[in-house]
Design a protein around this ligand. Structure first.
Ligand code: GRF
Length: 204
């Protein structure tokens, strides 16, 4: 399966996917890393590993979200992409793009969904007094951070944690979880034959 990873910044999850996909027998190949920001640090990492990169900035399109997404879609098509992984891609997608990729677009979110959709998840988990926190890989649907859950990993919230220490603990799990979920989806569970069917959440 030809996979595109969409990023906006650091790209550490993208790097984890690249590394996993390089292993023999992995059922997907990262064929493209696409960023909506030219200054995304992850782009250089991908290029250094010989992966095609593309920048589709939103600014030239102003408030025209649809025009930006059409540009993204045409780059994905030009690269023969079959599966999309959002990895720190900081754009809210319209139903049009989500619909094009129904059942074939994954996202990683730094909380145990459905708790804490949206931003500042680590700070919110600490403020809420959670003793468990973690990350979720899910299929992307029109509602943000709400699609069918593919995989989750939990970490403890420890006394004295601040958002940074907690984020680091979660991030280590993200880097393990995302390749695992991609492997499962690319290998066929819930693959496009029935885009509405999510592979069930599996215990990690
Ligand atoms: C990760 O915490 C991811 O879960 C969230 O944004 C962050 C991206 O980090 N969606 P990176 O760019 O993958 O390093």
């Amino acid at each position: 399966r030809r996979v595109a990873v969409l990023i906006s910044g650091r790209g550490s999850n993208m790097a984890a996917l690249l590394e996993a996909a390089a292993a023999p027998g992995f059922p997907a190949e990262v064929a493209l890393v696409l960023s909506n920001r030219a200054d995304a640090a992850g782009l250089a990492h991908a290029a250094a590993r010989g992966v095609a990169t593309a920048v589709v900035e939103s600014r030239p399109h102003g408030r025209d979200r649809a025009a930006h997404e059409r540009a993204v879609q045409s780059v994905l098509e030009a690269h023969g992409i079959e599966l999309v992984c959002l990895a720190g891609y900081m754009r809210i997608l319209t139903p049009w793009l989500v619909g094009r990729w129904a059942g074939r677009m994954l996202n990683i979110h730094p909380s145990l969904l459905p708790a804490f959709p949206g931003l500042d998840t680590h700070q919110r988990a600490i403020a809420a007094g959670c003793t468990l926190h973690g990350c979720t890989v899910h299929l992307v649907t029109e509602e943000m951070d709400a699609g069918p859950i593919l995989a989750q990993a939990a970490v403890p919230v420890l006394p004295g944690d601040d958002p940074d220490t907690l984020a680091a603990r979660v991030l280590a799990q993200e880097h393990r979880l995302y390749p695992l979920a991609l492997r499962r989806v690319a290998a066929g569970a819930g693959w496009a034959a029935d885009p509405g069917a999510a592979p069930g959440a599996a215990p990690e």
